[in-house]
Design a binder for this molecule. Structure first.
Ligand SMILES: *[C@@H]1O[C@H](CO)[C@@H](O)[C@H](O)[C@H]1NC(C)=O
Ligand SMILES: *[C@@H]1O[C@H](CO)[C@@H](O)[C@H](O)[C@H]1NC(C)=O
Ligand SMILES: *[C@@H]1O[C@H](CO)[C@@H](O)[C@H](O)[C@H]1NC(C)=O
Ligand SMILES: *[C@@H]1O[C@H](CO)[C@@H](O)[C@H](O)[C@H]1NC(C)=O
Length: 411
């Protein structure tokens, strides 16, 4: 088995790592952020199966946090929690979340913002990138903080960087909210706070799966709403849509991310990559999104495999994708849902989102669906955000939702 990084190696060999690197609690505040592969904070304690999902395992204060938006933003405080969660296979695991407290915070409002990490390497996790000040999507974080909302920013891919696994992402998101609500002593968040979720693209994946899994995995939680932009309901469909295009670099990250979660798939990948270029494909295990895009733009990613395009449709990849790569298969969101999507989305065809909305509505979901006839995946994140923010504001303000489902086609 290939050890992807210090963190994954430690996750697999927990006891060894815990002995080698004593874990210090409440390191606060600290000077230079260390990448997760070198930071002992990310080494989970032993005995995870003895604590319940959402339990806070350790914490630290980051002090003030600065985000580079159009205008730089400095928070009042920021904290990180490591919490117990459950991985794609149902095993006890851990993940880290960052909690950002604005000046004039309403301690009873928490927005769980799922950042589109879109990579299969531990050092791309938002908990690290946000400390460098250069996190993408900063404008959305800042607009939430400006409302006085406390932001919960989970590393929903978990310590294994299981990018594209919906089960992993949904469960870790839900457990991060449980941890946030139990963190009053440190973060000042009220245990009776109201909370919602928001995410675009890879972040919508985590948010939608969390909404689907909530009734069974975290039935005590009661979200006021969720805003989902640039949805990616069907990962198989995304892989075929983006192959050979500008965003083809999401393919190795996505496939290897699933391999990080499913050992059977990891073995399958190793068996079927051509030896000649396996190491090029696996660069995505130690790169973040921007480098992945550059490395693989325009490539046929299936040409790295001895079965070509059929690779994805064979039994092992399909069993994984059926389990954790198709939305609408694990439950019905109980909270009001806002979906915004460009009809011309070139990453995930709008037909997949239309089909998901139709299915969830038939199951009784409450969905406000906005289809935008202008733009594509990247532009919709900007043009659609005002509507998403307004929806979230209304839910916190107690504005009643229209029951059932509505679809609006806008320009
Ligand atoms: C994780 O779960 C799988 C499937 O239930 C099981 O076979 C495996 O042994 C578990 N791994 C660990 C480390 O607990
Ligand atoms: C803070 O948030 C709670 C929950 O949404 C709300 O009831 C309360 O009115 C808010 N307080 C202020 C001052 O806005
Ligand atoms: C997901 O996409 C694949 C590839 O386009 C397709 O074969 C499959 O039927 C889709 N699944 C669902 C549930 O729509
Ligand atoms: C990977 O190697 C195979 C076999 O040598 C070759 O056919 C294929 O074109 C290569 N793919 C890329 C993207 O270089």
């Amino acid at each position: 088995m290939r050890l992807l990084s210090g963190v994954v190696g430690c996750a697999l060999l927990q006891s060894v790592c815990v002995m080698a690197v004593p874990v210090s609690h409440n390191l606060s505040p600290r000077a230079t952020p260390l990448p997760p592969t070198e930071d002992p904070f990310y080494i989970p304690p032993t005995g995870l199966e003895d604590s319940s999902p959402g339990t806070i395992l350790r914490s630290r204060s980051l002090g003030e946090l600065t985000l580079q938006g159009v205008v730089p933003y400095t928070s009042k405080a920021a904290y990180q929690l490591m919490f117990r969660t459950t991985d794609s296979l149902g095993n006890a695991s851990a993940a880290v979340t960052t909690i950002i407290v604005p000046e004039n915070a309403n301690l009873s409002r928490v927005l769980s913002y799922q950042f589109a990490e879109d990579s299969a390497w531990a050092n791309c996790a938002p908990s690290y990138v946000v400390q460098l000040g250069s996190i993408g999507e900063a404008i959305f974080l800042i607009s939430a903080l400006d409302q006085g909302w406390i932001v919960n920013l989970p590393d929903y891919e978990g310590l294994q960087s299981a990018f594209t696994s919906g089960i992993q992402a949904g469960q870790a998101t839900l457990d991060s909210v449980r941890a946030a609500l139990a963190s009053e002593d440190l973060t000042t968040i009220s245990p009776t706070a109201e909370y919602q979720m928001w995410g675009y693209s890879g972040g919508s994946l985590a948010s939608e799966w969390a909404a689907e899994l909530q009734p069974t995995y975290a039935p005590e939680l009661n979200f006021k709403g969720v805003a989902l932009g640039g949805l990616v309901p069907n990962i198989t469909s995304v892989l075929f849509t983006i192959n050979g295009g500008l965003s083809a670099g999401l393919i190795p990250a996505g496939i290897l991310g699933l391999g990080n979660a499913y050992p059977e798939l990891e073995a399958y990948i190793d068996e079927h990559l051509f030896p000649a270029n396996a190491s090029t494909f696996k660069k995505a295990l130690t790169q973040c999104l921007a480098d992945d895009v550059t490395t693989y733009a325009g490539q046929d990613l299936f040409s790295y495999f001895d079965e070509g395009e059929a690779t994805i449709m064979t039994s092992i990849p399909q069993s994984v994708l059926a389990a954790t790569g198709q939305m609408g298969t694990h439950g019905t969101p109980q909270m009001p849902v806002y979906v915004y999507k460009a009809v011309g989305d070139e990453i995930s065809p709008v037909a997949d989102t239309d089909a998901l909305v139709t299915k969830l509505c038939a199951q009784g979901a409450n969905i406000q669906y906005v289809r935008d006839w202008i733009g594509e995946h990247a532009t919709e994140e900007i043009t659609g955000y005002g509507g998403a923010l307004g929806f979230l504001e209304d839910r916190f303000n107690g504005v009643p939702v229209t029951p059932g489902c509505t679809t609006a086609n806008v320009l």
